[in-house]
Write a protein that binds this ligand. Sequence first.
Ligand SMILES: *Cc1c(COP(=O)(O)O)cnc(C)c1O
Length: 364
Amino acid sequence: MKVPFLDLSLQHRALREPALAALAATYDATRFCLGKDVEDFEKNFGVTLGYPRVLGMNSGTAPLHVACMIAGFGPGDEVVTAPFTFISSAWGINYVGATPVFADIEEGTFNLDPARVAAAITPRTKGIIVVHLFGQPARMDEIMAIARRHQLFVIEDCAQAVGAKYRGAPVGIIGDAGTFSFYPTKNLGGCGEGGAFVSRREDVQTKARHIRVHGSDRRYYHDIVGGNFRMDGFQGALLNVKLPHLARWTARRQEIARRYLGGIKLADVRLPEQPAYGPSVFHQFTIRHPRRDTLREHLAKHEVGTDLIYPVPLHLQKCYAPLDRGAGSFPGAEQAAATCVSLPIFPELTDAQVDHVIATINTF
Ligand SMILES: *Cc1c(COP(=O)(O)O)cnc(C)c1O
């Protein structure tokens, strides 16, 4: 039985008619940059997931950049973030001339270890970028306590955690700014690039709204330095078609995860921890095994697709060689990169496919 790691065609085939109708309406109305479709999406996203204000942007990297601009990070400033994440979590820090400082992750959740964050704080630290990796909320209580103690600006990278809650609160509005990605492979994926910015702070949201459109509130009057971070109309239209299905898709991801958690019995496998403070929305289901590469080969032989997310931690990427944090600097992240393997977990998987993955792992 074939089990692809991810197959986007199933979801897009099922939604083909409403999606193409929505795109056609946007085309006919020439609503190409922001506009009604994006405004509708911002409203719907906010109402559905519990955000007071939402701004559609043109990628998940964009709102991270915007958040770093608003935070006022700059040359000489340090911003603490995780070394085990997608590289984009850290880019915004570089874009504004500040310096990324990594703090190691905890083993069970792959997320920032608050004790390591506290230890990474120096007089130059201005902020923290928390990543809710693989859909699993990070330990926000402890991280916010550190931020309050040192007056730090907290950005939540929710690119993989759309719909996730931490102690009942939607991720993204616990810190000062929250960011989402609608890259096609994310839990809520567009047909192209897309992202969103949220904040519980009206001042932060207003600034982000101006920065998104060249630092302007009134056309051709530019009060602050901004850029072009606008979501396009087609993405808004498409995401409006998909959003009503997100709760069902998330529930299905969680159901598949429960099946994996209950079924995988292979010795030496480390399953992802399930902390009570915030259930994962399972963007990825990532396990660890000391012989990860051979396990992957075994799965491939039985037609099960897997992926390495992520094979190289940020501090060991060539682009961050100037930070001079060599091998051994963050053993938690390095160990995760060396032993992790992500299993198929998209909503359209059948129970039989999931059971095939489990049986294949258990016979390794
Ligand atoms: C996908 C992702 C991003 C960036 O989103 P893009 O839409 O690809 O720019 C940022 N952070 C994390 C953790 C991601 O997974």
